[in-house]
Design a protein around this ligand. Structure first.
Ligand code: ATP
Ligand code: MG
Length: 324
């Protein structure tokens, strides 16, 4: 387990907020999120669909769409990523911070072979010979269990799961400091999934890569993450060491999320009542209050602050004390 030392963070979001302009109004996709990732740490990000997970991933890479407006900061190596110019961001992207997208086809160009993708990525950041770049590309592909003879194929010649592994190989070929993985294993079967998680774990161990892992799968979080951030409707509901989040969660939303997980011991499946709110008009006070079985009038009126209940274990609930 890696201890998080706030002085040695690699990336730190502070009051980070993203709104999307839409024809119906502004979607409050992320609201004053503060969290950090230490070197070598794996931070899991969980939350229902629409909670802002991919928005956070895109913001870290500086690839938010043009209708997004951003406030707050994301500090990386002492600079605010939200204020870097495009050239600097391009240098960092891929080389220092890499992203595995939720949908592999958004990243793979159907007109380029897999080898072209690798060469483009490597040569954009490193001045090495084509031969060396080729051999690195083959090595990366093989490490994801794809035979090197397939390197001259086009994306459509692979299955969805293989394309996802190619994406991961592409993201890892430059050995980034931080890998942002948005649902990296959703389209894979469980065997390939566990192989990939093992590879990611090895990379962390060998060269202290940090990982921001976005997933719906709480089993994966329990297995590979050091800490977990729980997002609800664009707000940070809870943040803490993985053991605390799983064994003594504080926020009623986290508790509901955990009890909705099926395991071998599960006798009945609890789903969370209601559906996530419309982010164009988020609920007042605590955004979870309309679905919370413990909600009181204060929950409707005031936004709960994020409070540290145990060392490193934060929750944003007016009644956090009663759930300790
Ligand atoms: P999922 O689990 O389904 O991937 P998510 O947690 O990744 O969901 P986001 O994709 O970050 O959620 O979306 C957060 C909110 O922002 C949603 O309400 C979504 O509708 C809205 N949103 C996302 N992208 C845009 C966009 N380009 N324009 C307008 N609204 C957007
Ligand atoms: Mg998403």
């Amino acid at each position: 387990m890696i201890q998080t030392n706030t002085d040695s963070f690699l990336l730190k979001a502070h009051d980070f907020t993203v709104h999307y302009k839409t024809r119906r109004g502004e979607a409050h996709a992320l609201d004053e999120i503060s969290l950090e990732i230490a070197q070598g740490e794996t931070l899991g990000v969980v939350g229902e669909t629409g909670s802002g997970k991919s928005t956070l991933a895109k913001a870290v890479l500086g690839v938010l769409p043009p209708n997004a407006t951003v406030s707050g900061q994301i500090i990386y190596h002492g600079s605010d990523l939200t204020h870097l110019n495009d050239d600097t961001l391009r240098r960092i992207r891929g080389k220092e911070i890499a992203l595995i997208f939720q949908d592999p086809m958004t990243r793979l160009n159907p007109l380029m072979t897999i080898e072209d993708h690798f060469l483009e990525e490597i040569q954009a950041h490193e001045s090495i010979s084509v031969e060396e770049a080729r051999s690195r590309a083959r090595e990366a592909l093989v490490s994801m269990g794809i035979h090197e003879s397939r390197i001259r194929n086009y994306p459509h010649e692979f299955s969805g799961g293989m394309r996802q592994r190619i994406m991961i190989a592409l993201a890892l070929v430059l050995k980034p400091f931080l890998l942002v993985a948005d649902e990296p294993t959703t389209s894979l079967d469980v065997i390939v999934e566990s192989q990939i998680l093992e590879i990611l774990q090895d990379l962390r161990r060998v060269y202290k890569m940090s990982l921001l892992l976005i997933t719906h799968n709480l089993g994966i979080v329990a297995e590979v993450c050091d800490r977990v951030a729980v997002l609800y409707a664009g707000k940070l509901a809870e943040l803490g060491p993985v053991r605390d989040i799983f064994h003594r969660p504080i926020h009623p939303y986290t508790r509901a999320l955990l009890s909705s997980v099926i395991s071998l011991e599960t006798k009945e499946l609890h789903s969370i009542e209601g559906s996530p709110p419309d982010l164009l008009i988020p609920p007042s006070g605590c955004r979870f209050h309309p679905r919370c079985p413990y909600a009181q009038s204060i929950c409707k009126e005031n936004v709960p602050p994020l409070v540290e209940y145990r060392p490193g274990h934060f929750a944003a609930c007016h009644f956090g004390d009663t759930f300790l």
